[in-house]
Design a protein around this ligand. Structure first.
Ligand code: PMP
Length: 315
């Protein structure tokens, strides 16, 4: 789908996966003007396909596009495109329990622009790939490393939206943590370097007793759709759910820590290492994390009734 600077998006078409042509001076290549989303299509036991809250991805893309001075497809256009791509790839969606179809909507400044400014033309593409389960078997615990040198986002920046410019700067920290044997990095705020932000591609929750806390989204943290869903499920289950500034010392003193995101869904954190101190957390079947994960996965795969209007049947 294409559109000029202030115009509406034209209806697009489904075509085989392949390369696209861009001018060397395309806005996206020179000034990083692009926003992306990530969502999944799940196969129900009866073979039908489900999407999980695609309207939320559309709304988040719209907010991101506004921040990056880009026009965006309407919520209906976005959801329709995601639906069409899921259906066109139906035969590639793994059977229930074996994986999902990952769907990537991408909005970019595709028109040429030499001086710094918004691109004169925009392209919206949706592509997909089958993916296996994040964890090969069962659900393994993540081992996180608290990053003190690099930050993911600064106040006033684009950390609160899914801009492509947020991701290359964290590759160095992530690769260093992985080479030391960690699963991911836990970022702190860029001002005091004392408050929890998020991991490279997931949000973080801290459990103490029956209270579940997660950093508030103040423009430096991505407001995850899984995060929002888990907050609602946890409240339904009687937990006290609080969005607030979470100090790193509290994280080190928590009963449990877990991560949420489209890729990991809900994943327990087994250990966190901060300033040469390593803390272990509860992760077993009785953990709050795995209880919440099981409810969410059952909704996403159509195993329990969706009384929240979160899943969209697309057959
Ligand atoms: N934070 C970041 C930086 C991310 O890239 C993602 C993945 N989209 C998330 C959090 C989790 O968001 P969601 O639950 O919508 O996938």
């Amino acid at each position: 789908m294409k559109c000029s600077k202030d115009g509406a998006f034209t209806e697009g078409e489904v075509s085989p996966y392949g390369n696209i042509q861009l001018s060397p001076s395309a806005g996206v290549l020179n000034y990083g003007q692009a926003i992306y989303e990530g969502t999944k299509a799940y196969r129900k036991e009866d073979g039908k396909l489900l999407l999980f809250r695609p309207d939320q991805n559309a709304i988040r893309m719209k907010l991101g596009a506004e921040r990056m001075l880009m026009p965006s497809p309407s919520v209906d256009q976005f959801v329709n495109a995601v639906k069409q791509i899921a259906l066109a790839n139906k035969r590639w969606v793994p059977p229930t329990g074996k994986g999902t179809l990952y769907i990537r909507p991408l909005l970019m400044g595709s028109g040429p622009i030499l001086g710094l400014g918004p691109a004169p033309e925009y392209t919206f593409i949706v592509y997909a790939s089958p993916v296996g389960n994040y964890f090969k078997e069962g659900v393994a615990a993540l081992n996180l490393y608290v990053e003190e040198e690099y930050v993911r986002a600064a106040p006033g920046g684009a950390g609160g939206v899914k801009s492509i410019t947020n991701y290359a700067p964290v590759l160095k920290a992530l690769s260093r943590a992985k080479s030391l044997g960690f699963s991911d990095v836990l970022y702190l705020d860029s001002v005091k370097k004392q408050y929890l932000e998020e991991a490279s591609s997931c949000n973080v929750f801290v459990v103490k007793g029956r209270t579940i806390s997660t950093p508030e989204t103040n423009g430096t943290i991505l407001e995850g759709i899984t995060r929002k869903s888990i907050m609602e499920i946890a409240s339904d289950q009687g937990y006290k759910v609080v969005e607030r500034a979470v100090h790193v010392d509290e994280v080190m003193d928590a009963d449990e820590v877990f991560c949420t995101g489209t890729a990991v869904v809900v994943a327990p954190v087994g250990t966190i290492t901060y300033q040469n101190k390593r803390v272990e957390y509860k992760t077993g079947d009785e953990s709050v994390c795995l209880k919440l994960r099981s409810i969410l996965v059952s909704i996403q795969t159509g195993l329990i009734e969706d009384n929240k209007g979160w899943v969209m049947n697309i057959n």
